[in-house]
Design a protein around this ligand. Structure first.
Ligand code: PAP
Length: 317
């Protein structure tokens, strides 16, 4: 488990030396290793780096924010058959949000209830992190454990992020100006940003080591859910038939998860209702929000950051 304070955690002087700014006038973030984080996350990321020993059958899920993490967590729980409580054969997704069942390691200190001891779960262990590849514990990079990364097109990611942080930071206020959110996104100044460098790091690593890192896209999962779930299962060493795949897809569907009592009313992280993880889940929702100028701004940034690396997101998405 990630500890909050130990001899491994950095002292406040170290954190105070990091460049700081405010995200959306609401949250202090600091720049560590080229990415922006709340200071508390840097502390636990450092503890994670120092204490985590990967095992060869571990499965590490990774993503930047709002790219399909909750869906991926649910899918992997089901594919690895970690979703049923063996005592009474109950689907654990009915009891707790996927965000609790597969905790984001560096966020554990923010959970509202006793956090699961992720380090000592039965094998194959299943983890999630929003950390960029460059700061993962060395043992994750060097061992044979597998990484599954989920990416999403930048415009839908931004719109999803905008809804999410409006719910969290401004429940009773006007939404944060979208043009400012677009600027932050394009400049990379947001929790776990920059988006582009995050996605690119995992993408390039997946090209080098396809047997270690599976790079998925949210849009592909929406377009061809059966094909993508089979690919994911096969990467995790499971061959699944059509019926099994359909069952997993149903169990993990947004419609089902969103309407479970635990996700309608529960909460895993302080001040973050579970319901905020389940919104619309469609590709191209950005068209309902972004002006042509905002669209151009994001498309130009995407082109500037990703062209030449072989990573494409359909700009019409
Ligand atoms: P996180 O970064 O806080 O973990 P994450 O799960 O990555 O959040 O992103 C939430 C998005 O995934 C939401 O997208 P939207 O705002 O565009 O609607 C959410 O609706 C979508 N989502 C959550 N669960 C599912 C699911 N089971 N199937 C499809 N999309 C989902």
């Amino acid at each position: 488990m990630v500890e909050q304070e130990s001899s491994n955690t950095p002292n406040e002087d170290f954190l105070n030396q990091l460049k700081r700014t405010k995200f959306w006038d609401a949250m202090d973030i600091c720049n560590w290793e080229g990415f922006w984080f709340e200071p508390g996350l840097v502390k636990s990321a450092l503890t994670f780096q120092k204490t985590f020993e990967a095992q060869s059958d571990d499965v590490v899920l990774a993503s930047t924010i709002k790219t399909g993490t909750t869906w991926l967590k649910a899918l992997c729980l089901c594919i690895l058959e970690k979703n049923s409580d063996t005592n009474n054969n109950v689907d654990i997704l009915e009891k707790e949000c996927p965000q609790f069942q597969v905790p984001t390691i560096e966020s554990l200190m923010y959970v509202t209830k006793p956090s699961p001891d992720v380090y000592s779960q039965p094998s194959p262990r299943l983890f999630h992190t929003h950390l960029p590849f460059s700061v993962l514990p060395e043992s994750i990079k060097k061992s044979n454990c597998k990484i599954v990364y989920i990416a999403r097109n930048p415009k839908d990611t931004l719109v999803s992020l905008w809804h999410f942080f409006n719910t969290i930071f401004r429940p009773d206020q006007e939404p944060y100006p979208l043009e400012k959110a677009v600027e932050n996104f394009c400049n990379g100044v947001q929790q776990y940003g920059p988006f582009y460098e995050h996605v690119l790091q995992y993408y390039l690593e997946s090209r080098k080591r396809p047997e270690k890192i599976l790079f998925l896209k949210y849009e592909d999962l929406q377009r061809d859910p059966r094909g993508e779930v089979k690919k994911l299962a096969s990467f995790l060493g499971k061959n699944m038939g059509e019926k099994e795949v359909d069952k997993v897809l149903w169990r993990c569907s947004l419609e089902r998860l969103k309407n479970l009592e635990v996700n309608k009313n529960g909460s895993v992280l302080h001040a973050v209702p579970n319901s905020s993880y389940f919104r619309l889940g469609v590709v191209g929702d950005w068209k309902n929000y972004l002006t042509p100028e905002m669209e151009d701004r994001i498309n130009e940034t995407t082109s500037l950051k990703l062209d030449g690396f072989g990573l494409h997101f359909d700009a019409s998405n």
